[in-house]
Design a protein around this ligand. Structure first.
Ligand code: ADE
Length: 475
């Protein structure tokens, strides 16, 4: 572990989150280098299976050193969390480009399919199977080369194993790009990622995933076969390659050892003329871009408010140079639960959800009657509370902040137990996370500089945005 602490970074944006981890964009103050920092709550590792899986993920990502993969630079920890400093893939993800253009040009799809082939060939040499290859995990660097991420489901075989890896792993097999053996029997083998490559190539060329919703084993076969017969999706060579990859029997997939390995895959006629050796340095063909339907949010809004947008809208926003950037992943139901541990006294959590039934609200209010802070609320429910430092000029005052229904945001002197003020709400109120500990609240005519010494600035901002959207709607 490097001798770093969260204070060595300035956080500027939330990049993604799932049930156990959050990824933020942060600048290392000393070097000014931007990293994507993956933060894992240590308490999420209490379950031994999760801990083992996490250690495997860490070992695999530490092993990978290739231009087509996100790189782990270093890790550090504090008492509550583990931090992984990963290279920041600033180009967004492949899904955003496919969705915004309704597919990619043949030339562009060919280029990215070729980069994926080289990436899979590298993984094969390391005896690693990614198992969750999909366009959302194919990030892009600033010069638009692929940077594969998310090794949470990856498996490293001990040696040249001919046997399938049989153990079911948490969270595995849910993707529509995962091979049949991964979905149906929770096994995987060296050919499993080749199936995903076929699905991604189909998606790039047609603009639609080959499997669009969860399917059972029976119609799985039928859907694939029917879609592979559609002549309008791609030319013959492309369809031939896709069909050669989407074989239910893993050993029949083009690229597997018995069928000539990666050389046979690279020699497929779809890849005719591909300059394999110089692929990492060739400028990728540009994707056609249109921005007309993309929201033009700026500043803190862009970084934090995405929960009430449509999923495509939430993912897309143009960069200054016109490339597309995925702002934040759509939250899964478990991630939403994780945002809301539902207890205002859990000062490190997300507090009470703003969207609750009247009976749930009654229950929370009943509990609140015993709280030290209840008499400041005027009968409103406390949605989140914590002690924050309020900075103004050179003065720093410690205050208990209470985020209430209404919405209201009041602060109390915890020594004299007097209410000292209130941050006025309006639809103009915005938040901005500055580091793991500090954040700003902007209201017309005033900026509140706040510090959460426990390092939960991002959670405060997410909660305030969430409450704002509930009361004022999508901005
Ligand atoms: N989201 C998750 N990991 C990322 C990375 N390394 N770069 C950019 N966005 C990310």
């Amino acid at each position: 572990m490097a001798g770093k602490t969260p204070d060595d970074f300035m956080v500027s944006k939330l990049l993604g989150e799932d049930a156990d981890s959050t990824v933020v964009l942060a600048r290392e103050i000393e070097t000014e280098i931007e990293f994507a920092i993956k933060i894992i709550e240590k308490r999420s590792l209490e379950k031994s299976s999760r801990k083992t899986q996490f250690e495997k993920e860490k070992d695999i990502i530490a092993l990978i050193d290739h231009p087509f993969f996100v790189k782990l630079h270093y890790t550090f920890e504090d008492t509550k969390r583990l931090y992984f400093c990963l290279s920041f893939a600033s180009g967004g993800d492949l899904l955003s480009y496919i969705e915004s253009n309704g597919g990619l040009s043949r030339n562009c799809a060919k280029h990215y399919a070729a980069e994926l082939v080289l990436a899979l060939e590298y993984l094969r040499k390391l005896n690693v199977v990614h198992r969750d290859l999909k366009p959302e995990n194919v990030l892009l660097t600033s010069d638009m080369h692929i940077n594969i991420s998310d090794f949470g489901g990856a498996v490293k075989f001990k040696r040249e194993s001919k046997k399938d890896y049989k153990k079911a792993l948490p969270g595995s097999g849910s993707s529509n790009y995962a091979a049949p053996e991964v979905v149906n029997t929770k096994t995987c083998n060296f050919n499993s990622d080749l199936w995903s490559l076929g699905c991604i190539l189909y998606h790039m060329l047609s603009g639609n995933p080959i499997i669009e919703e969860s399917v059972n084993n029976e119609n799985y076969h039928k859907i694939i076969k029917t879609k592979l017969k559609r002549p309008d999706v791609a030319d013959e060579e492309a369809m031939d390659l896709i069909s050669s990859l989407l074989k239910f029997a893993a050993k029949e997939r083009l690229g597997n050892e018995q069928a000539g390995g990666f050389d046979a895959l690279k020699n497929h006629k779809f890849f005719t003329g591909m300059n394999w050796e110089f692929l990492p340095t060739i400028k990728p063909p540009s994707t056609v871009r249109t921005f007309s339907s993309i929201s033009s949010k700026t500043g803190s809004e862009q970084s934090l408010s995405c929960r009430h947008m449509s999923s495509a809208e939430a993912r897309l926003s143009p960069n200054k140079d016109g490339t597309m950037k995925r702002e934040s992943k759509t939250l899964t139901p478990s991630a939403v639960r994780n945002l809301m541990p539902s207890d205002p006294d859990d000062i490190e959590g997300f507090g009470v959800p703003v969207h609750i039934s009247s009976s749930e609200r009654e229950q929370w209010l009943k509990r609140q009657l015993n709280s030290t802070w209840h008499h400041f609320t005027n009968g409103a429910l406390i949605l989140k509370r914590a002690e924050l430092d309020k900075k103004r000029g050179i003065s720093v005052k410690t205050r208990q902040f209470l985020l209430l229904e209404g919405p209201r945001l009041i602060y109390v002197d915890p020594i004299s137990m007097e209410q000292k003020g209130e941050i006025p709400w309006s639809r103009e109120l915005t938040v901005e996370v500055k580091s793991f500990k500090s954040f700003n609240i902007y209201v017309p005519g005033r900026t509140y500089h706040l510090v959460d010494r426990k390092g939960n600035a991002l959670k405060w901002c997410r909660k305030i945005e969430n409450v704002k959207q509930y009361y004022y709607g999508k901005s």
